[in-house]
Design a protein around this ligand. Structure first.
Ligand SMILES: *[C@@H]1O[C@H](CO)[C@@H](O)[C@H](O)[C@H]1NC(C)=O
Ligand SMILES: *[C@@H]1O[C@H](CO)[C@@H](O)[C@H](O)[C@H]1NC(C)=O
Ligand SMILES: *[C@@H]1O[C@H](CO)[C@@H](O)[C@H](O)[C@H]1NC(C)=O
Ligand SMILES: *[C@@H]1O[C@H](CO)[C@@H](O)[C@H](O)[C@H]1NC(C)=O
Ligand SMILES: *[C@@H]1O[C@H](CO)[C@@H](O)[C@H](O)[C@H]1NC(C)=O
Ligand SMILES: *[C@@H]1O[C@H](CO)[C@@H](O)[C@H](O)[C@H]1NC(C)=O
Ligand SMILES: *[C@@H]1O[C@H](CO)[C@@H](O)[C@H](O)[C@H]1NC(C)=O
Ligand SMILES: *[C@@H]1O[C@H](CO)[C@@H](O)[C@H](O)[C@H]1NC(C)=O
Ligand SMILES: *[C@@H]1O[C@H](CO)[C@@H](O)[C@H](O)[C@H]1NC(C)=O
Ligand SMILES: *[C@@H]1O[C@H](CO)[C@@H](O)[C@H](O)[C@H]1NC(C)=O
Ligand SMILES: *[C@@H]1O[C@H](CO)[C@@H](O)[C@H](O)[C@H]1NC(C)=O
Ligand SMILES: *[C@@H]1O[C@H](CO)[C@@H](O)[C@H](O)[C@H]1NC(C)=O
Length: 717
């Protein structure tokens, strides 16, 4: 085999050397192509895992210029390009690659090459581009590459390189244009010498641990197009003196560093004035820096090409200057989590390109400007015909906005992703116009003072996945049409004044996985099927508290805390109807014994309703016990109630606990699938009544059974 291989190689050698060779007619043939082939075959041997058989074509008798990922120069003198990116190859980054002496472009991106970057690579004199990003490389930054005169692109993004960025690397970098060292573990300062590389247009250093200030010499790199130094430990004042000279910068990402604004973090004006020189700027990202100061009116003089401005998570205060509206090409504005106050400037409606507006977690007051989505050039638009920009995400949550939700909101038909107006002081009825948001995926208006009812037209929001109407003052019945929301995943109407029955149609929604109906005044039984069988623990508990605890406990709470009036109330209720027990009464102790303390071995199964244990009562009756809250009452019951209970005297506290436990158990029982094992309304009413009597001090008559836990019998087990 070896001989044959050598023979073939020889043959090929002779063939290439021969004057009759078909390929090319160049005069200067030499051994380099053969050497390249042998280097590539040696490289193949170092690969320990090639799941996609990327190197299957790399054989002794194959044509090296036809090897997958390999390209030779025009005259087939040598291999000039090796591209094995995204090939799922695993192996050490072998120094043998440096034998490909004519290589210009090497890309091994997105594989699993490990080890260090071999110093032998410094012999790749013709190298233009070296792409080793997204591998598993360790060790120091390859300083030795500085002697490669034509190195233009260097991407080492997404490895584990450590140590500092040596200044000497930048001593001789006339060709360097594109350098990406992001997502490594590099430390120290960004060397001042970087200013020696006049051709750099792309500088990506994000996600490292660089410290110190941005080097002032960057101001000399007039070609700079992109600077991304996000997620480092850079300090110092915002680099106004650098930025003011970088007239062609298009993308400036400084987020998540420790820089400050001028005048000891109080003045953003100098930086924004300098930024106005960057007339090509499209992306400005300065989030998460704790920057102080106000947004200067000079913000309006930033590049008209500005597309994205991310300044969330800072300490910017004062009003949003109306001049911001001059940024007519801005599509994303994020000022979340600052200390902005005053009203949202009505001029914002001139920002006709705005697609995502995030102003949440500020101190904004006043009303939501109805003009938010009226284009001036269209004049005043009848609310129902309101048309708007492509605003797809609107987040005004966590402010102090007042007034009602403007009906014009429906003009933003294009709200595709979400509308979040939660945690404000908005009032007025839930606007029926919300139903016109056919494309919206999330509507969150929770924690306001909204009134009115949930309109049946809500079913028009066909794309909606999340509806959160919780903690408002919404009343009336939930419309059955909610069941038509085929994409609904999360539905929260807790903490309102909704009444009537729970719409059975909810069980039609396959996608629904979170349902919170608690803290309302719903009546009737919980429907079965659909979500009611498969809800998560949390949402199940939410229903449970609705039906059997919230109504009951609220009343009990009132009774317990209102002392005397309980007696009179009780007296009225003394004429209890005859009890109809069609399920056995079993004490908790009996239950513990029957299931051997809820022994794991007795677990029949777990499901949407919690755990089901098999038990045997002393009289031999087989039972199936469903528990949900076992040992975790505090998870079942509203935490404020539990807290309130903690403050009571031990005696009252014990009574509360008993009551809560009893109600929780009754709740579990209420949700039995089979009507024959479900207590009747009368049973439930009786239970509640017994509890009331107990809570008012009448322990003797009913307490023994009240402590007991309800359970259903298994007829055939
Ligand atoms: C032969 O190839 C080497 C590189 O492998 C190169 O330096 C040399 O100039 C080539 N010689 C001729 C005559 O082409
Ligand atoms: C790589 O190059 C070195 C030095 O030119 C040589 O000794 C070695 O044999 C080459 N390796 C292969 C596999 O071609
Ligand atoms: C390398 O090849 C992949 C696909 O085979 C291609 O997507 C990628 O652009 C190539 N990279 C270079 C630098 O040629
Ligand atoms: C090789 O890299 C250089 C520099 O990045 C680039 O201009 C050239 O297009 C690349 N050549 C090939 C064949 O990919
Ligand atoms: C570098 O590039 C220049 C211009 O393309 C070329 O003349 C020179 O030979 C190259 N140097 C090397 C070592 O490849
Ligand atoms: C700078 O590049 C030249 C060739 O362009 C080379 O001769 C010299 O050694 C390099 N200097 C350093 C410090 O790498
Ligand atoms: C920019 O380059 C000039 C000329 O090379 C030099 O004198 C100056 O110090 C450099 N500026 C900075 C900030 O490095
Ligand atoms: C970077 O800053 C973070 C927090 O500001 C700190 O935990 C970390 O140690 C710093 N890293 C370096 C290398 O200074
Ligand atoms: C902005 O550009 C002007 C004119 O080119 C220049 O005089 C000024 O110094 C620049 N601003 C900054 C902060 O560099
Ligand atoms: C910016 O907006 C102007 C009109 O205001 C428009 O002419 C220009 O094409 C826009 N530029 C970009 C990059 O969208
Ligand atoms: C805006 O900022 C918030 C808070 O940091 C963040 O959750 C959200 O994803 C940001 N949105 C955009 C588009 O940057
Ligand atoms: C906004 O906050 C600033 C301090 O940051 C304060 O001086 C100003 O009075 C506030 N304005 C309003 C309208 O609350």
């Amino acid at each position: 085999m070896i001989f044959i291989g050598t023979f073939l190689l020889l043959l090929q050698h002779l063939f290439l050397m021969s004057p009759f060779a078909v390929s090319g007619s160049h005069h200067h043939r030499n051994h380099s192509l053969l050497a390249d082939k042998s280097a590539l075959l040696a490289f193949k041997k170092t690969i320990v895992f090639d799941p996609k058989s990327m190197l299957a074509t790399w054989t002794e008798d194959g044509d090296v210029c036809s090897f997958a990922g390999v390209r030779c120069n025009k005259h087939r003198h040598s291999v000039v390009k090796l591209n094995l990116s995204r090939s799922e190859l695993t192996g050490p980054l072998s120094p043998i690659i440096s034998n490909l002496s004519g290589l210009r472009n090497l890309s091994l991106s997105e594989n699993n090459f490990y080890g260090i970057i071999p110093p032998e690579f410094s012999s790749l004199q013709h190298l233009h581009s070296l792409l080793l990003d997204s591998n598993n490389l360790h060790g120091p930054f390859p300083e030795f590459l500085s002697i490669l005169p034509n190195l233009t692109v260097l991407s080492l993004n997404g490895n584990h390189l450590t140590g500092t960025l040596p200044p000497s690397f930048f001593s001789n970098c006339t060709s360097l244009a594109n350098i990406d060292l992001s997502q490594n573990l590099l430390t120290g300062r960004i060397p001042e010498e970087i200013g020696n590389c006049p051709g750099i247009w792309n500088l990506n250093l994000y996600n490292n641990q660089f410290t110190g200030e941005l080097p002032a010499s960057l101001a000399n790199i007039s070609e700079l197009y992109n600077i991304d130094v996000e997620y480092n430990n850079l300090t110092g004042e915002l680099p106004a003196n650098i930025i003011g000279k970088l007239y062609s910068v298009v993308s400036l990402h400084l987020s998540y560093n420790n820089m400050v604004s001028h005048d000891r973090n109080t003045n953003l004006e100098p930086f924004f004035t300098a930024l106005a020189n960057c007339t090509e700027l499209e992306e400005l990202e300065m989030a998460g820096m704790n920057l102080g100061g106000r947004l200067p009116s000079s913000i309006g003089r930033l590049s008209v090409n500005l597309d994205t401005m991310l300044m969330q998570e800072n300490r910017i205060s004062g009003m949003i200057p109306s001049e911001i509206a001059h940024l007519s090409n801005l599509t994303v504005l994020n000022l979340t989590s600052n200390s902005l106050n005053g009203t949202i400037p009505a001029e914002i409606n001139q920002m006709s390109s705005l697609e995502q507006l995030f102003l949440s977690h500020n101190l904004l007051t006043g009303a939501i400007p109805a003009a938010l989505c009226q284009l001036p050039r269209l004049g005043t638009i009848p609310p129902t015909l309101g048309q708007c920009t492509d605003l797809s995400k609107l987040d005004l949550s966590y402010n102090k906005l007042t007034g009602s939700i403007p009906a014009e909101i429906s003009g933003i038909r294009e709200i595709r992703r979400f509308l979040n107006l939660s945690h404000n002081h908005l009032d007025g009825p839930l606007p029926i116009e919300l139903s016109k948001l056919e494309n919206v995926e999330e509507i969150d208006v929770s924690s306001n003072n909204l009134s009115g009812s949930v309109f049946f037209q809500i079913s028009s929001c066909i794309a909606v996945k999340l509806i959160n109407f919780s903690r408002n003052s919404i009343e009336g019945h939930l419309p059955d049409s909610i069941g038509d929301l085929k994409n609904l995943e999360s539905f929260d109407v807790s903490g309102n004044h909704l009444s009537g029955g729970i719409p059975t149609s909810l069980n039609k929604i396959q996608s629904l996985s979170f349902l919170n109906l608690s803290f309302n005044n719903f009546a009737g039984v919980i429907p079965s099927g659909g979500v009611f069988n498969s809800v998560t623990d949390k949402s199940f508990l939410a229903i449970l508290t609705t039906i059997c605890c919230v109504i009951g406990i609220r009343r009990i709470k009132a009774n317990v805390s209102s002392g005397n009036s309980v007696d009179t109330e009780l007296a009225r209720k003394q004429k209890t109807p005859e009890l109809i027990h069609n399920f056995p009464r079993i004490t908790y102790r009996e239950l513990l014994e029957a299931t051997e303390g809820f022994e794991e071995q007795r677990l029949l199964g777990t499901g949407g309703y919690g755990r089901v244990y098999k038990g045997l009562l002393q009289d031999g009756t087989a039972i199936a016990v469903k528990t949900h809250y076992h040992g975790r009452v505090e998870r079942v019951v509203d935490s404020s109630l539990m807290r309130a209970s903690r403050d009571q005297s031990p005696e009252v506290k014990r009574m509360w606990e008993v009551a809560i436990g009893e109600l929780a158990e009754l709740g579990i029982l209420c949700t039995q699938e089979s009507p024959t094992t479900r207590p009747t309304m009368l049973d439930a009413a009786d239970d509640l009544d017994r509890l009331k009597r107990y809570l008012s001090g009448d322990t003797t008559a009913t307490f023994a059974s009240s402590l007991g836990m309800s359970s259903s019998t298994l007829s055939d087990d």
